[in-house]
Design a protein around this ligand. Structure first.
Ligand code: CP
Ligand code: NVA
Length: 307
């Protein structure tokens, strides 16, 4: 049966750990595994802009022995001109996997329904699961483990990053706190899924409007832009609504003394994070950006080799 990575919980907690461990091993030995030798091709579809995702998947597919095909959707037939189902039926005849950055999560689900090769969500409006693999790898590298640690996500609780932190974080056995204005709650289904999974993994979930409550004693402090791709028209309202939800040095001082700071990037200094935090000694953002490469290589290896 073909395995997809539509969202964080398309893999089990044990598989998540296996992928993170393999990512760390592949970082040390970048060219040792070549599941795409042939070369086989991987389609990288983009409906939204990208720097890290495009580069890390392109470099990663090549390092796995394969051929990356970057396709801007606006320059393809996908969308208004050709259905997702027909696109899946054509691509899967020629490529080993389909990676798609898009808007609606239902787009990813539909591509996966019709594709006979793995479909990977490289960011939708609802989830950013590839980023979470990289973030969890970074946390494991910096803190030696993930289980039992507390992570505080500060900012837009309704974002793809917050939803993915809830689900992937508890899968990794973490205590996930989300501080967000009450008008911006996480996706209800992601929240309830995270609560259900936390009962199995020993993690926990807390959603609050109080940034200090979330940051207090945290091992990892995370934020993301207040204006996600596609929300540009809401910039003024969102900037006002999220005032008070910035990660500042004062907020970091409430966290554990050895806490690290993460941000999926791109970052907007002076808005969701102050420059002295993201450019300061607790920031692990550049490690996390690099780990997109290693984590996605490990993910591709897993999806392509797991029966
Ligand atoms: N973090 C992330 O996904 O970055 P890009 O938008 O540059 O791909
Ligand atoms: N929440 C952000 C993440 C960018 C990588 C967005 O969707 O634009």
């Amino acid at each position: 049966m073909v395995r997809h990575f539509r969202r964080d919980d398309d893999i089990s907690p044990a598989e998540q750990q296996q992928i993170i461990d393999r990512a760390i091993a592949m970082k040390a030995d970048p060219y040792g595994l070549t599941p795409l030798a042939g070369p086989k091709s991987v389609a990288l579809l983009f409906d939204k802009p990208s720097t890290r995702t495009r580069v890390s998947f392109s470099v990663g597919v090549a390092a796995l022995g394969g051929n990356p095909l970057v396709i801007q959707s606006s320059e393809s037939q996908l969308g208004a001109k050709e259905s997702i189902a027909d696109t899946a039926r054509v691509l899967d005849r020629m490529v080993a996997a389909i990676v798609w950055r898009t808007f609606a999560q239902s787009n990813i689900d539909e591509m996966a329904e019709y594709s006979t090769v793995p479909v990977i969500n490289s960011l939708s409006d609802d989830f950013h699961p590839c980023q979470l693999l990289a973030d969890l790898q970074t946390i494991q590298e910096h803190k030696g483990k993930t289980a039992g640690l507390t992570v505080a996500f500060i900012g837009d609780g309704s974002s793809n990053m917050a939803n993915s932190y809830l689900v992937a974080g508890v899968m990794a056995g973490m205590h996930v706190r989300v501080a967000t204005p009450t008008a911006y709650p996480p996706l209800a289904e992601a929240h309830s899924t995270a609560i259900r999974i936390s009962a199995e993994t020993g993690g926990s979930v807390r959603v609050t409007a109080d940034v200090a409550e979330a940051a207090q004693g945290a091992d990892v402090v995370v934020t993301d832009t207040w204006i996600s791709m596609g929300q540009e028209a809401e910039k003024a309202r969102r900037t006002a609504d999220f005032a008070g939800y910035a990660v500042t040095a004062d907020l970091m001082s409430l966290a554990s003394p050895g806490a690290i700071f993460l941000h999926c990037l791109p970052a907007f200094r002076g808005y969701e994070v102050d420059a002295d935090v993201i450019d300061g000694p607790q920031s692990a953002v550049w490690d996390a950006a690099e780990n997109r490469l290693h984590a996605q290589k490990a993910l591709l290896h897993f999806l392509l080799t797991t029966p």
